[in-house]
Design a protein around this ligand. Structure first.
Ligand SMILES: [Zn+2]
Length: 378
């Protein structure tokens, strides 16, 4: 029925269909039991990875079966209720289009989703259950009290793939940079040239989507300087008006990000971190991937980095003040050698005449006038 709504372009109804009152929440152990639910149930999940295979002829084998299939997209998810991981896949472009239509304009990688009436048909990939879908997946809003979080990142033991989702106040993001990402919103804005875009349709043009690149650490966990690149993460640290700017002031950006993390910590707002790791049996190594980092509650007043240069009349509450605060933070908190000198943003000295005009003029006009007079190129 979700698919019928999608065909009628009734996207809101399509999403709402999985959340009708009569639809109950199920989990992976229920689907795998001898008495699985039959109708009107959904599974809530976190999308950990979406893979578009480089080798289109490559096949994966289901355990216990001789059949090997080639796939078009392969999705690794974590059931939010039980914490168990599962896969689902599509085998051709038509099926891909029918499973992901509600994510054409929004990010799937790292998203919370609802799967309506998925079925477990005794198939596994890499020892992980494979679910079969009949309906398009829906975006979902999550009640954090109802999802299973790990206290610690679980030890993979003998598992080939282990997933994790936990909450922490102690987050450290270092070596932060801003990269121009992929224009497809679906894939969270970044994947290197070696990895094919997982979006249902290739999207080579479109608005620039910038992604935050950083090394993530959380004390007393295996997360130590783990590389993470994400467009959705950037939105918690960088003002909306600066999210498409290429040249961000890296030293000030780094200080601003530290301030934002501190702001959340002082208010006891935790960061949800979800990801997975895969064990390479031959090499005896495990590789850890982060799929999502997000605050459990977004604080609208949290400091955000901005490249906008405010005009004199707006200085008091504007980003320059934040940049100055960022500078003070750096001066006070970075021990050792002095941080590299950064020129303050260029702006015209406040002229008394304009100041008076500013008192009377509407804010927008004032900004335009001043912007025209601003010296450039410094
Ligand atoms: Zn992409």
């Amino acid at each position: 029925m979700i698919n019928e709504y999608v065909q009628m372009s009734k996207m809101d109804q399509a999403v709402a269909y999985a959340f009708r009152p009569e639809v109950t929440q199920a989990n992976l152990p229920m689907l795998m039991s001898n008495d699985p639910p039959l109708e009107d149930y959904r599974v809530m999940a976190l999308v950990l990875s979406v893979k578009n295979p480089r080798d289109k002829t490559k096949t994966i084998k289901y355990s216990g079966k001789d059949t090997a299939v080639s796939y078009h997209r392969l999705c690794l998810c974590r059931d939010l209720d039980s914490g168990e991981e599962f896969y689902f896949l599509t085998t051709n472009p038509t099926q891909t289009a029918s499973i992901f239509p509600l994510f054409r304009q929004s990010q799937l990688h790292g998203a919370f989703i609802a799967l309506l009436e998925p079925i477990y048909k005794q198939n596994k990939i890499l020892e992980i259950p494979l679910l079969t879908l009949k309906e398009a997946i829906s975006p979902a809003t999550i009640n954090l009290a109802k999802i299973l979080l790990n206290d610690i990142i679980p030890d993979p033991g003998s598992n080939l793939i282990t997933t994790f989702l936990f909450a922490t106040i102690q987050l450290s993001l270092v070596q932060c940079k801003f990269l121009s990402g992929c224009p497809a919103p679906f894939c969270d804005g970044y994947h290197g040239a070696e990895i094919l875009c997982p979006a249902p349709q290739a999207q080579s043009s479109g608005s620039l989507q910038m992604a935050l690149s950083c090394l993530v650490s959380v004390p007393n966990t295996p997360l130590k300087l783990v590389s993470h690149i994400s467009a959705s993460l950037a939105k918690y640290f960088i003002a909306h008006n600066s999210l498409t700017k290429r040249n961000l002031d890296i030293p000030l950006l780094k200080v601003s990000i530290r301030q934002t993390v501190q702001y959340y910590a002082e208010r006891n707002v935790r960061w949800l971190i979800g990801g997975w790791y895969k064990r390479n049996v031959e090499r005896g190594t495990t590789k850890l991937h982060i799929s999502t980092i997000r605050p459990e509650t977004v604080l609208p007043e949290a400091p955000l980095f901005s490249t906008e240069v405010p005009e004199p009349a707006n200085i008091e509450a504007g980003p320059v003040e934040r940049r100055q605060r960022a500078r003070r933070f750096e001066d006070e908190n970075v021990p050792g050698p002095a941080p590299p000198h950064v020129e303050p943003p260029a702006r015209a000295p406040p002229a008394p005449r304009r100041q008076r005009a500013a008192d009377d003029a509407p804010a927008q006009e004032q900004g335009q006038e001043a912007a025209g007079k601003r010296p450039r190129g410094e």
